[in-house]
Design a protein around this ligand. Structure first.
Ligand code: PGA
Length: 247
């Protein structure tokens, strides 16, 4: 069985002014040369300067979202090509905050994945259920449905990852049990196999939602967990490196 190379990605969300670049420099200095792949996805305003801060380190740079089109009259949006031009090699698409705040559908997320591929970016495609959906016993069907709807067939043979982020675990300090994480990650892996065959076995399935250094070891050792997408605990280098070292 192919084991994906783990990825630990920090999602800074709408956080970070110039002064925060010092944290990125500290991550660059402390990230192990061998071990998981490490990435930081800063707000768009910092991407270029963060690229300079991370230069020469193994830490990769990612965007938090991209528009499906390469250019045009879309005020406030950012094209995948612009992220690549600014030094990014990855991009998060379909984060639940984008789905909720901006009404993003699976179909739109799939178009954003296509944009990422067009620009040579590796997409991190986010999926996850609400608390109501979990309580109604619908979590597996909702999430595997999002995987089917958000991952276009063009991803076959390409580098990508899926991030399972239960919405009720994001920023709340709550996490699913290890058994719940494993059940979901196995279901996502089975869906990826159906969609892309064994070629997708190299795609890591990240867990996201209140990951911190204290719980990272247990989560990252769980079956089919190929890394983490980290929000709050990625903002401080020490916290983030604690997660990187837990793998
Ligand atoms: P959190 O966010 O680690 O702050 O819960 C994770 C995410 O939304 O990617």
């Amino acid at each position: 069985m192919t084991v994906p190379t783990p990825l630990i990605a920090g999602n800074w969300k709408m956080n970070g002014l110039s002064a925060a670049l010092g944290e990125a420099r500290a991550v660059a200095a402390g990230a192990p040369a061998k071990g998981p792949r490490v990435a930081i996805c800063p707000p768009a305003t910092l991407i270029h300067r963060m690229g300079e801060a991370l230069a020469g380190s193994p830490v990769k740079l990612g965007g938090q979202d991209c528009h499906p089109e390469p250019s045009g009259a879309h005020t406030g949006d950012i094209a995948a090509e612009m992220l690549a031009d600014a030094g990014a090699s990855l991009v998060i698409v379909g984060h639940s905050e984008r789905r909720a705040d901006h009404g993003e559908t699976d179909d739109l997320v799939a178009r954003k994945v296509m944009a990422a591929l067009r620009a040579g970016l590796e997409p991190i495609v986010c999926v996850g259920e609400t608390l109501e959906q979990r309580q109604a016993g619908e979590a597996l069907s909702i999430v595997t449905g999002q995987v089917r709807g958000s991952l276009p067939t063009a991803l076959g043979g390409k580098a990508f990852s899926v991030a399972y982020e239960p919405i009720w675990a994001i920023g709340t300090g709550l996490t699913p049990t290890t058994a719940e994480i494993e059940e979901m990650h196995r279901a996502i892996r089975a869906t990826l196999r159906e969609l892309f065959g064994a070629a997708a076995d190299t795609a890591p399935i990240l867990y996201g939602g209140s990951v911190k250094a204290a719980n990272a070891g247990e989560i990252l050792r769980a079956a089919e967990v190929g890394g983490a997408l980290v929000g709050g605990a990625s903002l401080k280098a020490e916290d983030f490196l604690g997660i990187v070292r837990a793998i």
